[in-house]
Every structure is written in C-alpha cells, then in structure tokens.
Design a protein around this ligand. Structure first.
Ligand code: NAD
Length: 369
C-alpha cells in the first residue's frame, strides 16, 4: 500500500485495531472508556485523519465534516444504528459512513427474547427473594406468580433484520405473532414461518395451531401479550414514519393491562415519563428497557422509582454485548471486524472505488457514478 492512512478511533475495538496497524495504518485510539469530548474529535479531524471509528455516543455532524473537508474520507461506526451521525450533513460533505448491520442481529434478538422471558417469569424479584432469605415456603401461588411466554401472542414492532430474527425465535416457543412495520413488510418470510408453524403442529411438535400476520399498530398493541420494539430512531423530518416517542401515553394505553413491553432499539423511541406512569398506574404489567433517552441512565431518572422496580427491568444498552458479536475480527461475525472492513473498503478503494457497491456503507445515495 503506497499511502499510510491515519485513523482516530473514539474507543478501543480490540484486535481489529492491531490488524489495521499491521496493514500499515497509523491508528490512534482514545484511551478512556467513556466518549471523548466533541472538541477532541474536531481537533483530530482537523489534524487531517483519513478515517474515524465512532460509536453511538459520538455526535458526528456538519461541524465535524467541515473541519475534515478534503481529508476525512470515511466514518466507520461500530453499531447498526447511526442516529448519532447526521446523514444529511454526511451527504452534503460527501463522506461515506459505514455500520455493522447483520452481525449483531441474532445477539440482539435473543437478548430481547431473554428479557421478555425473565420479565414475565419474574426472575429478578424471585432471585431477590432467595438471596434476601425471604423464601420461607413452597406455596402454589405465594408470594407471586409469573406469566408464561409459551403459547402467548407477541407484537414485533419493526420487521427489519432484528425483528425478523426475533420472530424466528418466538415461533419456536409456540407463540402467535403480530407484525407491524409501515415501511418494510417481508411477506415471504412470514409465509415461511407460517409453514414451519403448520408443520410443527401437523407433526405433533406443538399442540396448538399458531399464526403470524401483519396488522396495524393499534391492532398489534391492543391484542398482544408482549410487545418488542425493533425500529431505528427516526426523528420528525427524517422519515414519513418517525419513531421518536412511538411509545407514548396514547400508544401505551392501547396495550392490555396484562401485557409487557420490551425496548432494545433506541431510548427516545419510548417516552420514559409515560412508561413510568404506565407502570405506576398499572396500564401495563411490566417493561424492560435496554436503551434510554439519556445514556447512561441519570441518577435521578424517574425510571428508578422503587415502587415499580419489581415490574421493570433496566439494562445498560447491553443487547449486542456478547463476546463474538462485539469483538470478532471476522467481518462476518463481529462488529469490530465489520467496522475495520468498512473503513478499509472506503480508504483502499475496494469494489473499484465505487462506494455504492460497498456492502457496509449506509449513505450510498450521496454518491453518483
Ligand atoms: P433494520 O433497519 O433492519 O429494521 C428496522 C425496521 O424498522 C425496518 O424494517 C423499518 O421499516 C422499520 N420501521 C421504520 N419506521 C418504523 C415505524 N414507525 N414503525 C415500525 N417500524 C418502523 O434495523 P435492525 O438491524 O433490525 O436494527 C433496528 C434498530 O435496533 C437499530 O436501528 C438500532 O437502533 C437498534 N439496535 C439496538 C441494539 C442494542 O444494543 N440495544 C443492538 C442492535 C440494534
């Protein structure tokens, strides 16, 4: 390679950094675990780096692209969601950015499923009971019971990569499945799942007949026992179907008082004040959140209210946090490997230098022939 590329990474992404260095890249890694201040990112871009490795914690917008004019060639994000990157600004400055779709799909979907199971079966309060030595007897229904997942109805909100992966897992638990997605509907996939459901029933693998169908948001929320959210964060003006506060007082009130909500998508998709109220006033039976309007969750957040904690699981943006998913250097397995490969594709001009052919580039629309 003739040119030595310079890269600033706002966080360590493990062995993939060494692999870039072995290729001759000069890579500087921000050494602390928290996000660097924005002015440090600006300073690094101003110094002429060719590439940035970013996380969802880093605001990347016109201010960054402006100082990188003529030098910044790519932003490689270690996440599938990219709501921290201003797409319109990236397009205006013609800087491609990449993400790590697919490699975290199964990990995130299984995490959402485990969350809904542990929430409904009350594993957290039950373990507290045991640890705090409050478990005095075996009794048919005291001190509390949970709700089964098997055989229930789930609404999957957003049937993209992660939503479809969750559907596959739920079908194995004999669940009925309601799908809602105003922008993308995969009827072939749904048909395939129905065929599998029918075959399982015909062969006696599951007792009851189960079903899957696309419905309206209202029907999904009014009917489901579980609601799991798998949409990108799209603010007003970014989409004809924005997802900002998609779950608010009005939509939460549509859910059954026995239903559970799980959100592993992005925090601002759920109005946190509304969900705390819904739990306090028992409009819904429980909720589990992995993502928040402000991360990390502020100390004084109303979500920490002890009055609702037995029905409310709070996780630290953890859904993709599995060893291989996060750190494998293989671009087909790990977010780190895919991030590095996205960066390499752009800087080294793979795919004949045609950005639109590069699989991990998001904003292909900004690049003509
Ligand atoms: P995707 O783009 O494949 O799927 C998203 C789906 O949401 C699309 O089908 C889209 O049409 C649909 N959608 C858009 N607007 C909608 C609306 N108003 N109502 C319902 N559906 C709508 O994305 P993906 O790979 O499945 O990831 C989904 C999101 O999950 C990511 O954008 C990311 O923010 C989040 N995520 C979080 C974690 C985590 O660690 N908690 C991990 C991975 C992904």
């Amino acid at each position: 390679m003739s040119k030595k590329f310079r890269v600033f990474a706002t966080c360590d992404i493990g062995d993939s950094i060494e692999l870039l260095r072995k290729r001759g890249y000069e890579v500087e890694v921000y050494p602390r675990p928290e996000a660097p201040p924005k002015n440090l990112i600006i300073e690094k871009v101003k110094s002429g780096v060719d590439g940035l490795i970013t996380t969802l914690r880093d605001p990347i917008d016109a201010e960054v692209f402006e100082v990188g004019k003529g030098t910044l060639k790519v932003v490689a994000q270690i996440a599938v969601g990219f709501d921290n990157i201003n797409r319109a600004d990236a397009n205006r400055y013609k800087v491609p950015f990449t993400h790590t779709a697919d490699v975290l799909t199964e990990a995130t979907a299984e995490f959402a499923f485990f969350l809904l199971g542990s929430l409904a079966r009350k594993m957290w309060p039950a373990e507290h009971l045991t640890r705090e030595n409050r478990w005095g007897y075996w009794h048919p229904y005291l001190p509390f019971l949970g709700d089964e997942v098997t055989g229930k109805t789930i609404a999957v909100i957003g049937t993209g990569r992660i939503g479809l992966a969750l559907i596959k897992k739920c079908s194995g638990f004999d669940m009925n499945i309601l799908c809602y997605d105003p922008a993308y509907q995969n009827h072939e996939y749904v048909k395939g799942i129905q065929e599998v459901m029918d075959l399982r029933q015909a062969r006696g693998i599951q007792k009851e007949k189960t079903w899957i169908k696309y419905v309206s948001l209202e029907e999904a929320l009014r009917t489901a026992d579980f609601v799991s959210v798998h949409v990108p964060l799209l603010r007003e003006g970014e989409s004809t179907t924005p997802t900002y506060h998609l779950f608010n007082e009005k939509t939460l009130r549509m859910m059954k008082p026995t239903a559970y909500l799980v959100n592993t998508s992005r925090g601002p998709v759920v109005d946190e004040l509304a969900v705390a109220k819904a739990l306090r006033e028992k409009w819904i039976a429980g909720a589990a959140l992995d993502v928040y309007e402000k991360e990390p969750l502020p100390e004084d957040s109303p979500l920490r209210d002890p009055a609702i904690e037995d029905r409310f699981r709070l996780l630290p943006h953890f859904a993709s946090a599995a060893r291989i998913t996060r750190l494998s250097t293989d671009p087909n397995k790990g977010m780190a490997g895919r991030t590095a490969q996205g960066l390499i594709d752009v800087l080294e001009g793979n795919y004949d230098g045609d950005v639109r052919k590069m699989p991990y580039v998001v904003n292909k629309e900004a690049f003509g022939k």
